[in-house]
Design a protein around this ligand. Structure first.
Ligand SMILES: [Zn+2]
Ligand SMILES: [Zn+2]
Length: 358
């Protein structure tokens, strides 16, 4: 498709420019997408402020950021066309983790750990542009009743779903989610629908806990702000009280905070499952009370990305199992991306999730 498009090109920390570029041409195995909505993720902020390197060969730009996006098929490469998979106008979401499906790791089924993967918005151009290219295997059709904005949250939802799978929830489980960001609030809904009998959402900012309540979480706890109506000084004591000293069966930590990860050991019970999700610092270490953990036969699981959890995540959205609407608190134009990144970083106007819409 000949023509020009606007793209926010990231060059180096704090340097990003709205550029006019040629619309890319898909190769035989690619599909061209007209981007409709692209969420801002914490990692976009980390790249923009130089807190983590890109996954390009030299860790630098130029690169179009944005990896949480949805759009409309504009042009289909020869292979997906021959297979009849997509046609112009199809509404889709993009799995930014584009694995090769051919390396030894992929062939074992660990596609999230592929040795050759490209990640749109991280190692290849992503969604903060009017058009974007995807390998055809990275596309999923968006159900009719899911909007482009809702669809832009499929990536974090698919990550939350994978963490849930790793938690092996049993019916009736007492579950605690520490970290009421967008993913945490998705996890709180998912763990409930997966059968948990009780879900507690723990955080340090009331406005986020309120969003949790708005999507149906019955019990929220603020373990930091003494002025909060949800304030609890001693989380371990409180969870102990709530469980008759049996403590939690499942603890999920959608946060990079080591303190939350260590708290998970304090509040988890016999044969519990602890799932760490969230990016700690490169030199961070988690302290594990070794003897207590082994005596109570706990399982510690880490959860990275979202292998094979996209179709069910889209179904969960379509069936209303997860309500993502209260999470999208801000929508911005492509032109104002830098301002949007800064607003999200400063948590301006109680931002939960900001989405660039086009
Ligand atoms: Zn993300
Ligand atoms: Zn691979």
């Amino acid at each position: 498709m000949a023509g020009k498009m606007k793209a926010q090109v990231f060059y180096e920390p704090l340097k990003m420019e709205l550029k006019e570029r040629d619309i890319p041409t898909p190769s035989d195995e690619q599909v061209l997408i007209k981007v409709k909505a692209c969420g801002i993720c914490g990692s976009d902020i980390a790249y923009y402020w130089g807190e983590s390197p890109l996954e390009t060969p030299d860790g630098k730009g130029p690169l179009v950021l944005g990896h949480e996006y949805s759009g409309e098929v504009a042009e289909v490469g020869a292979i997906p066309e021959k297979l009849g998979l997509f046609k112009p106008g199809d509404r889709v979401v993009l799995d930014p983790v584009q694995y090769c499906n051919a390396c030894e790791i992929c062939k074992r089924g660990y596609v999230n750990l592929c040795e050759n993967k490209e990640v749109l918005g991280v190692s290849a151009d992503g969604g903060f542009a009017e058009y974007s290219i995807s390998h055809y295997t990275g596309l999923h059709k968006l159900p009719d009743n899911v909007s482009f904005e809702q669809g832009a949250l499929t990536e974090p939802l698919a990550c939350a779903t994978y963490a849930l799978q790793n938690a092996s929830v049993n019916p009736g489980d007492f579950a605690v989610v520490i970290g009421p960001g967008a993913i945490g609030i998705m996890m709180a809904q998912l763990v409930k629908s997966a059968g948990a009998g009780k879900v507690v959402l723990v955080g340090t900012r009331d406005y986020r806990l309120e969003v949790g309540k708005a999507v149906g979480v019955e019990t929220v706890i603020n373990n930091k702000d003494t002025n909060s109506p949800y304030y609890v000084a001693d989380l371990k004591e409180k969870i102990g009280e709530m469980t008759d000293e049996k403590f939690a069966d499942v603890v999920l930590t959608p946060t990079g905070a080591i303190s939350a990860m260590e708290m998970a050991f304090e509040i988890s019970g016999r044969r519990s499952r602890i799932v760490f999700f969230g990016l700690p610092g490169a030199d961070d270490k988690i302290g594990i009370p070794a003897l207590d953990t082994i005596f109570w036969d706990k399982t510690i699981q880490f959860s990275w990305l979202a292998p094979f959890t996209w179709p069910t995540s889209l179904q969960a959205l379509a069936n209303g199992l997860v309500n993502v609407d209260p999470l999208v608190t801000h929508t911005i134009d492509l032109e104002n991306l830098a301002q949007g990144l800064s607003d999200v970083r400063e948590r301006k106007d109680n931002v939960m999730k900001a989405v660039v819409t086009m």
